[in-house]
Design a protein around this ligand. Structure first.
Ligand code: FAD
Length: 415
């Protein structure tokens, strides 16, 4: 049976980050997991933008927000990681992405407002570099053109212009045919086709007469799959304008780009990935963990001296729920949850307090080791990271990827 220093259970933001950090520290790493939040994400790395959620208070300085959060919510998993650890985690994570073709950008210690496909401005901490010119265009309220495509459903330039008309009057829109494709269009196909410089030239020929005197041209995020920076630069040369991308509605191209970067980079660090395989059995002993990954004839038996549980919540399948209670799927760890199912959701969907079910998860000690029903460490070498941690509503607080990466860093450091 194959033996590893650490088994990373999950391949979302938390699992990818944990595998990266562990491999970089010289540990032998196996990783299992299937589709999760990362595949549907917009590619933004939110650190913390909203606290308290009841007041919907939006912070420009995420570290000031973290200080307030740590005062107000002592059970929140951000209380287990220091600012210095968060900074190191984000730096190492984005450096790795940059080495594998995905450049990230932000402002040290400040959230930045970025344009969404709905035309709203979303505060985030780090974003793909391909979105950055859009930030500059918005901040300067510069003359800009947003282009969308017949047959692409995930972004409407007209809607963006409508929402922004009072705050960004010099925003123009155009809908054009995407070169070489017709009918319903999918961002992934479009992005792959942009690898061909001839296709970019055709696109530029359609856009140039519409761009006139604008300074910036925004496109739905379809500018290449593995070489976005080069595609963007080439379009800038062809158009003589600054170009930017706006993520389309989920599933956008950001998820496949991130996954592709990890698929390229993690094996070079020696990580053994068992793709599209879930852990179906876990047996704990003093020596470590015996896992079965997958089921039936293709299942694999693995042994690991330590493990990081980064299996997400309901969307990732780390938590499962029946009519009465919520369970943790791999180790059957106790899950902090409302006493009764009737308390999972509040009557109003948009209740500013959010829903109790979105705070469900596993309890841990300071080192992010899950606790058993008696409140003691479940296993000395099992750690947890990401959305599966209790007492946080990442969606409302705008801290999804940041929390996942920071807690993965802490979990690896604690191994
Ligand atoms: C539509 C959408 C948009 C988002 N946009 C943003 C954004 O703009 N900014 C931001 O910061 N965050 C965003 N997020 C959040 C982010 O993508 C992550 O969901 C979040 O950070 C949690 O990451 P995670 O790795 O803990 O869990 P997940 O991403 O849910 O990953 C869980 C992983 O665990 C695996 N798993 C589950 N059970 C098992 C098992 N038994 N064995 C092995 N593997 C298992 C799953 O297959 C999956 O790979 C978005 C999420 C969604 C869904």
């Amino acid at each position: 049976m194959k033996t590893y220093d650490v088994m990373v259970i999950g391949s979302g933001f938390a699992g990818m980050a944990a595998a990266l950090f562990a491999a970089r520290r010289g540990l032998s790493v196996a990783q299992t997991g299937a589709t999760g939040g990362i595949d549907f994400s917009t590619g933004f790395i939110d650190l913390l933008a909203v606290h308290p959620i009841t007041e919907q208070k939006v912070w420009e300085d995420p570290f000031a927000a973290l200080a307030a959060l740590r005062r107000d919510l002592p059970a929140h998993p951000y209380c287990r990681v220091s600012d210095a650890e968060i900074c190191r985690a984000l730096e190492e994570f984005t450096l790795f992405l940059g080495e594998h073709g995905l450049c990230y950008r932000g402002r040290a210690g400040k959230n930045t407002l970025t344009l969404t496909s709905a035309g709203t401005m979303k505060p985030t901490y780090l974003m793909p570099c391909t979105a950055w010119n859009g930030v500059e265009a918005w901040e300067a309220k510069a003359p800009a053109l947003i282009v969308d495509f017949h047959g692409l459903k995930g972004l409407s330039a007209r809607q963006i212009a409508e929402v922004r008309k009072d705050s960004w009057p010099e925003l123009k829109v155009a809908r054009i045919k995407f070169p070489g494709m017709s009918g319903e269009l999918y961002p992934e196909h479009m992005a792959w086709s942009m690898a061909d410089p001839a296709r970019r030239a055709e696109l530029a020929i359609s856009v140039a007469p519409l761009a006139g005197d604008v300074d910036y041209v925004g496109f739905p995020a379809i500018l290449g799959m593995t070489d976005t920076a080069a595609v963007l630069r080439h379009l800038e040369e062809l158009l003589g304008k600054r170009v930017f991308e706006i993520p389309t509605l989920p599933p956008s191209i950001a998820g496949p780009r991130l996954r592709a970067a990890f698929d390229r980079g993690l094996p070079t660090l020696g990580v053994r990935t068992y793709t599209q395989k879930l852990i179906t059995r876990a047996v704990c002993s003093d020596e470590g963990f015996h896992f079965t990954a997958g089921s039936g004839s293709t299942s694999v038996e693995l042994f690991a001296r330590s493990a990081i549980l980064a299996s997400g919540r309901f969307f990732g399948k780390g938590l499962k729920a029946d009519r009465h209670r919520i369970q943790e799927a791999v180790f059957d760890l106790p899950v902090t949850q409302p006493e009764d199912r009737s308390l999972w959701h509040r009557p109003e969907f948009f209740d500013p307090r959010g829903h109790e079910v979105n705070q469900a998860g596993v309890e841990t000690d300071e080192a992010l080791r899950p606790l058993n029903a008696q409140g003691r460490v479940f296993h000395p070498r099992l750690h947890a990271a990401g959305a599966i941690l209790a007492h946080q509503d990442w969606m409302r607080m705008k801290c999804g990827a940041g929390l996942a990466i920071a807690t993965a860093y802490k979990a690896v450091a604690s191994l």
